[in-house]
Design a protein around this ligand. Structure first.
Ligand SMILES: *Cc1c(COP(=O)(O)O)cnc(C)c1O
Length: 370
């Protein structure tokens, strides 16, 4: 048994991907597994979706992530969303990682590396239609696609773009314009170099909220794991994939007027029972939850008393004789009885989006799969 554990329901990921597919029938599904599958464990998640067929592609941010996948026996094609540095290309090709390119230097380096490896390697052309992060400008896309087409060791396997504001109503018009611009560029590229196997743009927000006609692959990330971007996002029907649980490690009565924890920031308002839980910011349980967050124990919601420590946190059970014992389950994220703590609630308390919360859960917290 461990101090805390992050429990991942793999079937929930399948259900969320099925929902994404229902909204976008006939399209291949690429599951982003960057950042350790949004904290859910890259290899177990990828192996699962490969074995049940709920995704046909994987998306990563780092060459090392593709290497982890291959070492873990995952065979699905994988796309690196962001450009490779030239010195990474050999490893990327060896890991059968599809490369994305967005400028002439990137195409030339990829051609050279593929030639050196003695292969024809697939690349996806990234077009910048408004994210202003990476990718070729729309006006230069045809020339770059033609350069790829004329590179003897490269195959132009895909063209894609990214949508920075597809997840909120205020972004409706901007996203629609991006998609129109993208599809126009794709048409021009087709005119110059012929058919392109994969055309893609749909991240979570677009998968649920936009018309992705003209694309044939979707890239739903956060919704695949079952979370809304934040508590204001109106997405419905998702199944949260993870819960985070711990156990009571110590129980004690604290008299009225005594303080609990570092900095003495919490004072007992009356004689009360305080439970200690062996989880803290060293596990990625944010110190921002100090005196603001809550945990579920004995089917009740109990506020955090004082500061979250590196490895432990104290919660206030209240004045009555405690109905819990050392060893009892504590829920940091998920349901217990009628109570629920969501990823959106944790994100709000941290002043961030759901994406960041599981990304920050430390490697020492074991990921368990159900
Ligand atoms: C991370 C990422 C996605 C997934 O985004 P979500 O908002 O989690 O759906 C899709 N495409 C690219 C290029 C990404 O970097």
């Amino acid at each position: 048994m461990c101090s805390s554990q992050f429990n991942v329901d793999l079937a929930a990921i399948d259900a969320n991907l099925a929902l994404a597919s229902e909204r976008n029938p006939g399209r291949a599904v690429l599951l982003p597994v960057k950042a350790n599958a949004y904290g859910h464990g890259i290899v177990p998640v990828a192996r699962h979706v490969e074995s049940v067929g709920s995704a046909q592609w994987l998306g990563v941010a780092e060459v090392s992530e593709a290497e982890q996948l291959r070492e873990g026996g995952v065979e699905l094609p994988a796309l690196k969303f962001s450009p490779c540095f030239p010195e990474e290309l050999g490893r990327a090709i060896a890991a059968r990682l599809t490369i994305s390119v967005g400028d002439v230097a990137g195409v030339e380096a990829a051609q050279e590396a593929a030639e050196h490896a003695g292969v024809r390697h697939p690349v996806h052309l990234k077009v910048d239609t408004g994210m202003r992060r990476v990718g070729v400008q729309p006006g230069e896309a045809v020339a770059l696609a033609t350069r790829i087409k004329n590179s003897p060791n490269l195959v132009l396997e895909g063209v894609f773009t990214h949508l920075p504001i597809s997840d909120c109503p205020e972004g409706e018009e901007f996203t629609r314009a991006q998609l129109a611009r993208f599809l126009a560029v794709v048409d021009e590229i087709r005119g110059a170099v012929g058919e392109i196997p994969y055309v893609h743009a749909g991240n979570s927000g677009a998968v649920l909220g936009h018309d992705l006609t003209g694309t044939n692959l979707i890239r739903p990330g956060i919704i695949a794991y079952g979370y809304r971007a934040d508590s204001t996002t109106t997405w419905e029907g998702l199944s949260p994939a993870a819960t985070w649980t711990s156990r009571v490690s110590f129980l004690k009565r604290v008299p009225e007027g005594e303080t609990v924890g570092y900095g003495r920031t919490w004072t007992a308002p009356c004689d009360t029972w305080i439970a200690t839980v062996p989880v803290g910011y060293g596990d990625g349980y944010s110190r921002l939850f100090s005196n603001r967050g809550r945990m579920l124990v004995g089917g009740r919601s109990c506020p955090i008393a004082g500061r979250v420590c590196m490895d432990q946190t104290m919660i206030d059970l209240g004045p009555g004789e405690p109905q819990v014992a050392v060893g009892d389950e504590v829920v940091l994220l998920g349901r217990q009885g009628d109570e629920q703590i969501t990823m959106e609630e944790l994100a709000d308390l941290m002043g961030t989006i759901t994406y960041e919360v599981p990304c920050l859960i430390a490697p020492r917290v074991p990921r368990l799969y159900v």
